[in-house]
Structure formats: structure tokens, C-alpha cells
Design a protein around this ligand. Structure first.
Ligand code: PXP
Length: 249
């Protein structure tokens, strides 16, 4: 059964819209945990547009589940991770102009640089996950680089219309099998919603789904604890054939 990591960046986005102190992602992470989150994910961006260094420091002290730090593969970020000791680092590509993380890492092209950072982090007891598109070449490169985990990018699946959704789902299922056959452990995320999450949660071998925007949006209506509880229920009791397309095929 997949577990649920809650990405709380969007709480910090609302705070930073006014450069004030509320809403504070630190106490709200506790509410997410009380709602059933198995982990808290934050992305400390180079431009600090949402999560701040202080959030990371305080969350490291208060999160009682697992703290997953998303970050770019840069020396500055590796230094911060070594100091703060998150339970996992997920390396993601980062571009200043993007609204959110757009594609997966190009591990095939950056293998040498990534390998040394992965080695540094993992030898300091911080498991590393690489955020990649569900492509064979990228997964093979993740294995070569020595990462212990991958996070499969579910963006193509989430954006697909009903005619293409089942193909995108099959790609994610195959990628999960391939990664696991090489000994990699598998998470997934990006663009998952209450409407599309169930088939992804039902993939055999899927360990954790990292979900942010849809839960923070739902929290405005029902509160964060309930929004997390609703999502947790869906991923613990997923219907395999809940694709829009399956109604029509
Ligand atoms: N996983 C990764 C690597 C991400 O960059 C993000 C977005 O910050 C997520 C998961 C969560 O995506 P969403 O907010 O669309 O649920």
C-alpha cells in the first residue's frame, strides 16, 4: 500500500505573497501529520520563493514522520542537507522562470556530477531519490548513479486527456517494474489529484506518493487535517479502473 507524503510548499507560497508570518508551514505540517500524512515534503528553492531556510530548520526539529527535502543538485544545497539531515533528499531540476518543477532530471546527461553528490549524501545516511520521467534510459542512469530511490514524474499522466491516460498509466507501471527489478525503490508525484490518484496508488511496488497542490487547495474548504485524511483514504483503498477512459473503452 502506498504511503502519502504531503508537499507543503504552497502554504509557504501564500505566506510569501505578503512576506509576513502566516500561514506558517511549521505548525500546519503537524496538522497534516495528524490527518495521516506519512511524511512531509518541502522544496527549498535556490530563489527561496516559498520555503525558507528557517522552515527547514524548524521542520527538522518538529516533524515526527519523515522529512523529505526536495532540492537542486548544487553544492549549496548539499551543504544545507548535510547540516539539517532530512530523512531523504529528492534531487529535482530547477529553473527560475518555471511556475513549478516542469520535467524530470536528465540523469543520463548529468550522471557524473550527480554520482558524487549522491555518494556524499548517502554516505552521510541521507538516502537520495531522483525525480525522473518514467523512461527506461533515465531509470538505468539512476541505477548507475547509485541512487537508492526514484520519484517518477506523474505530470504526463495528470495532463493526459481520457484517450491517452491509460497509455501514460502503463508507462508508469512499466517504469515502476523496471526500477524495482534493478533494486531501486519507487515514489511518484506531480499533478496528482483526488480525481486521478487511485490508479497510481494501485501500482504494485509504489511506495509513496508526494502530493501538494490539490490537498492545499482542498484544505481551504475542509481544513488541512480533513483534506489529508480524504486523500489518504483514496490511496489506501484505490480502485484500479477509475480512469476516465476506462468508462468509455
Ligand atoms: N514531487 C515533486 C518532485 C515536485 O516537485 C512536486 C511539486 O512541488 C510534487 C511532487 C507535488 O506536486 P503537486 O503540487 O502537483 O501535487
Amino acid at each position: 500500500m502506498a504511503s502519502l507524503g504531503i508537499n507543503i510548499d504552497h502554504i509557504a507560497t501564500v505566506r510569501q505573497a505578503r512576506h509576513t508570518v502566516e500561514p506558517d508551514p511549521v505548525p500546519l505540517a503537524l496538522l497534516a501529520e495528524l490527518g495521516g500524512a506519512d511524511g512531509i515534503t518541502i522544496h527549498l528553492r535556490e530563489d527561496r520563493r516559498h520555503i525558507q531556510d528557517r522552515d527547514l530548520t524548524l521542520l527538522r526539529q518538529t516533524v515526527r514522520t519523515r522529512l523529505n527535502l526536495e532540492m537542486a543538485a548544487t553544492p549549496e544545497m548539499v551543504e544545507i542537507a548535510l547540516r539539517e539531515q532530512p530523512d531523504m533528499v529528492t534531487l529535482v531540476p530547477e529553473r527560475r522562470e518555471e511556475v513549478t518543477t516542469e520535467g524530470g532530471l536528465d540523469v543520463m546527461r548529468q550522471c557524473k556530477n550527480l554520482s558524487s553528490m549522491i555518494e556524499t549524501l548517502q554516505s552521510n545516511n541521507i538516502p537520495v531519490s531522483l525525480f525522473v520521467d518514467p523512461e527506461q534510459g533515465q531509470l538505468d542512469a539512476c541505477h548507475r548513479c547509485g541512487a537508492q530511490w526514484v520519484e517518477l514524474h506523474t505530470g504526463c499522466y495528470a495532463m493526459a486527456d481520457w484517450k491517452n491516460q491509460s497509455t501514460a498509466l502503463a508507462q508508469l507501471t512499466e517504469a515502476t517494474d523496471r526500477a524495482r527489478s534493478m533494486g531501486l525503490r519507487v515514489n511518484a508525484g506531480h499533478g496528482l489529484t483526488y480525481q486521478n490518484v487511485e490508479p497510481i496508488a494501485a501500482i504494485d511496488g509504489m511506495e509513496e506518493l508526494n502530493i501538494g497542490h490539490t490537498i492545499i487547495a482542498r484544505a481551504l474548504a475542509v481544513g488541512l487535517q480533513s483534506a489529508v485524511r480524504e486523500m489518504k483514504h483514496l490511496i489506501q483503498n484505490p480502485r484500479r479502473n477509475s480512469l476516465f477512459g476506462s468508462l468509455n473503452s
